[in-house]
Design a protein around this ligand. Structure first.
Ligand code: FES
Length: 564
């Protein structure tokens, strides 16, 4: 059954249910002719509490034009929206809630296909998770990146510069008044953050996965090409309904391998490791951390985009040809047979694409990469038996192999309280550890892993330190920051056993992270360890704490993953 007769409300009489639904549809101004068409839902995450989605109403209008042109009936509906900087304690706590909202509303309403409108960090991953589980044909259209800001001749990239400028302010280099001036220039247009942070990364990977039209991810939010591609997405979803081209046919193991390949090539966000695992988990596709590392080792970093690259932003990537050009450079390494929302394979989509143009250096030719390997490394060792993630492309080369004494913060509150204490036993060689900031401990897996450099070190000119935590980090941040240490401290992982002064060894090339403490001593500490009191005893927070999986499984809820 298709269209408005699909999935009838249960009143005990299906014929009556169809009659009454038709009556209400007419009450909305629709006609019998409208109701004979396939219904395409437009999952709308526009919200005044999400500036990154400011343009999504206009994008929805463009999608509707396309759906109507192709003979479908577009019906826009709201889901919750997750504005990264407006949600407390962290938007990540609510990613699974948006995924559930999307899944249930796509399944529960009479939709033959759905267009997913997202953009800010957690939204596209959540929508892909939901659509994967709902199982109807789906295509994603993102809000698009902002254009770059400008200040005194310098281009500003939000939010990499937000962090850099804040560190300079803490170091006393930037006055309060100047910081306020800069604050007004960091976000100059509609759209999501325009560096290769999590939002840009996830848009690029949605395209690489085959769930978004080729070339769309990098186009700035304010560029009219985005509206034309949104309209084309509207036409395409109607064809996808006819072809029964469901997310499971697009997001195959091969498609995920392509997405991981692109993640490594563009120096994308560490958060993508978590999100891809969660999306794959909805389809029963296994993505072990070892696969990320394996692909990273065989993928050249060719995306010269901040924060991994030096200068460029997403609008520069769009001008250079966007993700299709990145994928063309990687073509020999890709699964070319993976099907995409175009109805064609990756190989067919790339047939008309040319390699990185010589006039630019945003996308580098694969023979002349920024670095020969990808931007992320997976670490294992006595401190991270189930893995940890390090963004090598944004880290300091001198700290890639480093042993230092631990400075330990037991929680985020402890860190805020003590980090600028002049008596903190910290030197430039210390390893800064944050405990209890993971999925359960955070709670909600906050982006707290980019520990601030203590003021006393800032004043000595120190601009990077080794950080180790079970937290995440914003994709716009950089530094030598080991993240997602698993299992997390709050569930009794070895991170919980670290004490001030312990030696920790990071060996990025060797993929190791070790706590250099004798096993007998660790056994003593383990026996004395007690879990902290749960942060929530009711509602969604309690559901989250009771069912969230660890980082390598994508932090989805255990009952939402597809049985493998
Ligand atoms: Fe929305 Fe950065 S805050 S993408």
């Amino acid at each position: 059954m298709k269209g408005y007769r699909k999935g009838l409300t249960n009143y005990g009489d299906p014929a009556f249910s169809a009659f009454i639904r038709g009556a209400y549809a007419r009450g909305f101004g629709l006609t019998g002719e409208d109701l004979d068409r396939p219904i395409v839902g437009i999952a709308q995450t526009w919200s005044e509490l999400n500036p990154c989605h400011r343009n999504l109403r206009e994008v929805a209008d463009a999608v509707k034009r396309g759906v109507t042109q192709a003979g479908g009936l577009p019906l826009e509906f709201p889901t919750i929206s997750l504005g990264e900087v407006y949600l407390s304690p962290t938007a990540m706590l609510y990613r699974n809630l948006l995924a559930m909202d999307t899944e249930e509303m796509v399944r529960g309403q009479p939709l033959d296909g759905v267009v997913l409108l997202g953009g800010c960090d957690k939204t596209l991953p959540a929508q892909l998770m939901g659509a994967a589980s709902a199982g109807v044909p789906a295509i994603a259209v993102s809000s698009g990146p902002m254009i770059g800001g400008r200040f005194e001749g310098k281009r500003l990239g939000a939010c990499s510069d937000c962090r850099g400028l804040w560190a300079e302010h803490r170091a006393g280099e930037i006055s309060e008044a100047r910081l306020e001036e800069l604050q007004g220039e960091l976000f100059p247009s509609a759209g999501h953050c325009m560096v290769m942070g999590t939002a840009s990364t996830m848009a690029c990977l949605t395209e690489a996965l085959g769930m978004m039209l080729p070339g769309l991810a990098a186009v700035p939010a304010v560029n009219s090409r985005r509206l034309r591609l949104a309209e084309e997405s509207g036409r395409r979803i109607v064809r996808m309904v006819e072809e029964s081209l469901t997310p499971a046919k697009v997001m195959t193991r091969g498609a995920f391998e392509n997405a991981i390949r692109v993640l490594m090539a563009v120096g994308g966000s560490t958060n993508a490791v978590v999100h891809l695992a969660a999306i794959a988990g909805r389809l029963g596709v296994e993505l072990p951390l070892a696969l990320f590392d394996e692909i990273s080792r065989t993928t050249p970093l060719i995306g010269n985009i901040r924060p991994s690259g030096k200068t460029y932003l997403m609008d520069d990537l769009a001008e250079a040809g966007g993700i299709p050009v990145v994928m063309k450079e990687l073509e020999a390494l890709l699964r070319r047979d993976a099907l995409t929302v175009t109805g064609k394979t990756v190989g067919e989509n790339l047939a008309g694409v040319t390699r990185a143009p010589a006039w630019q250096d945003v996308v580098l030719p694969r023979e002349r990469p920024l670095q020969p390997e990808g931007g992320l490394a997976i670490l294992w060792g006595s401190l991270a038996p189930e893995g940890a993630v390090l963004k090598t492309s944004a880290a300091s080369p001198r700290l890639m192999v480093h042993t230092g004494k631990a400075v330990v913060f037991a929680s985020q509150e402890d860190m805020v309280r003590r980090v600028d204490d002049p008596d903190l036993p910290a030197t430039a060689e210390s390893v800064f550890v944050l405990q209890n900031a993971g999925p359960v401990g955070g709670p909600g897996f906050p982006e707290a892993g980019f520990l601030p450099i203590p003021k006393k070190l800032l004043s000595q000119g120190v601009r990077d330190i080794v950080r180790v935590s079970d937290a995440r980090m914003s994709g716009t941040a950089g530094g030598t920051t080991v993240l997602h240490v698993s299992p997390e401290a709050a569930v009794g992982g070895p991170l919980a056993l670290v004490r001030e002064g312990d030696l920790i060894r990071l060996d990025a090339p060797g993929r190791r992270l070790d706590l250099l403490v004798p096993e007998e001593e660790l056994a003593r500490r383990r026996a004395a360890w007690r879990p902290q009191a749960p942060a929530y005893d009711r509602g969604y927070g309690r559901l989250f704490l009771e069912h969230v999986l660890q980082a390598p499984q994508g932090c989805d809820f255990d009952f939402l993953q597809k049985a493998r």
